[in-house]
Design a protein around this ligand. Structure first.
Ligand SMILES: C[S@@+](CC[C@H](N)C(=O)[O-])C[C@H]1O[C@@H](n2cnc3c(N)ncnc32)[C@H](O)[C@@H]1O
Length: 314
């Protein structure tokens, strides 16, 4: 069988990849996975994305579409095609394009084209006119297939990506972004958990509406990708944080410093450990006039471990 060189074996726009990778390290970059958890030596996502793409698409010198009738490479046309692939990479690595469906769809279509072309011209497994994943093979080769068909095609026919030392999951994450099946493993359970949160859990909720009662109402354009899940994480994260400042309020039980101890248990999360509120001198707080009754209304079950009578002044 003919060996097709991949783009990564021939050339890469290294300067642009380097700049995009450096930009990703800037502190004001938002929505980066490192905001969730940092793991050792994370690879820049831009570099992972570029390398994966270039490892999946054929170099034009190996593509029969860029051969002359005598079988030799049409250097001029192949060079122009390589420049087009470089342009795609340069767009792909930009941080602001991380979720740009137009750019991602173009990259996915290129990967599908390389796979379909090899199946037709090299292994001769497929004919150009047969239908695969809802589109004709020729449409995949000529990058005319519908994005939904390309996604289906990549899941079914692209080689899966495995990173056996996945750490914080940069490589599986980017493989998934390019529409590929991605697998990761690691010796350490912490990066395994991080990678699960990054690439295994979100797809299970892809396109689903959030379950919280407020966001669910706002459904103008529908929920795409992990938007619904992200909305729930934001909503319930806020929900869990809300009662915490109220813990201070119980200290108004006494205007005197006390030796007693107070504890509050959150009724919303029955299995959560009680929060120990104060001890000894730390209990000095007379500024807040609201007592435990307000905490109770907010879902905190307040227990004073020392009766007010036993609270003594120091
Ligand atoms: C540098 S980190 C990988 C970072 C990752 N490429 C990223 O971009 O987030 C290397 C990982 O290899 C893992 N590791 C080391 N030895 C291993 C082994 N024998 N089997 C599986 N994982 C291993 C470590 O736990 C560590 O998480």
């Amino acid at each position: 069988m003919t060996y097709r060189k991949k783009l990564i074996e021939v050339a890469l726009p290294l300067e642009k990849i380097k700049l995009a990778s450096a930009r990703e390290k800037e502190p004001f970059i938002r929505n980066h996975p490192r905001a969730m958890h940092i793991w050792w030596a994370p690879r820049p996502l831009a570099a992972c994305r570029a390398v994966l793409f270039a490892a999946m698409v054929d170099d034009p010198d190996s593509d029969p579409q860029f051969r002359k009738s005598d079988g030799t490479v049409d250097v001029e046309r192949a060079g122009m095609r390589r420049a087009e692939l470089f342009n795609i990479i340069e767009e792909l690595v930009k941080w602001e394009n991380s979720n740009n469906e137009k750019v991602l769809n173009q990259a996915r279509a290129e990967i599908a084209a390389s796979i379909a072309s090899a199946k037709v011209y090299d292994s001769k497994q497929w004919s150009r006119h047969q239908t695969i994943c809802g589109d004709s093979v020729w449409n995949f080769i000529s990058r005319l297939a519908k994005p939904a068909s390309v996604n289906q095609f990549l899941i079914a026919h692209a080689p899966p990506v495995l990173d056996p030392f996945c750490g914080g999951g940069s490589i599986p994450l980017e493989a998934q972004r390019l529409g590929l099946r991605a697998f990761g493993s690691d010796l350490n359970p912490v990066p395994v958990l991080i990678t699960k949160a990054l690439i295994e859990i979100p797809p299970k909720f892809a396109g689903k509406a959030p379950v919280n009662p407020e966001s669910n109402m706002r459904l103008e354009d529908g929920w795409t990708g992990a938007q619904g899940l992200a909305e729930d994480v934001r909503y319930y994260g806020q929900w869990m944080r809300t009662p915490l400042p109220l813990v201070v309020l119980v200290l108004s039980q006494t205007s005197q410093p006390c030796k007693g101890r107070a504890a509050a248990r959150c009724q919303r999360i029955p299995r959560a450990a009680p929060v120990s509120l104060a001890r000894g001198r730390q209990c000095r707080n007379s500024a807040v006039s609201t007592g435990p009754s307000r905490l109770t209304r907010c879902g905190w079950d307040v227990t004073l471990h020392a009766s007010p009578k036993r609270l003594s002044s120091t």
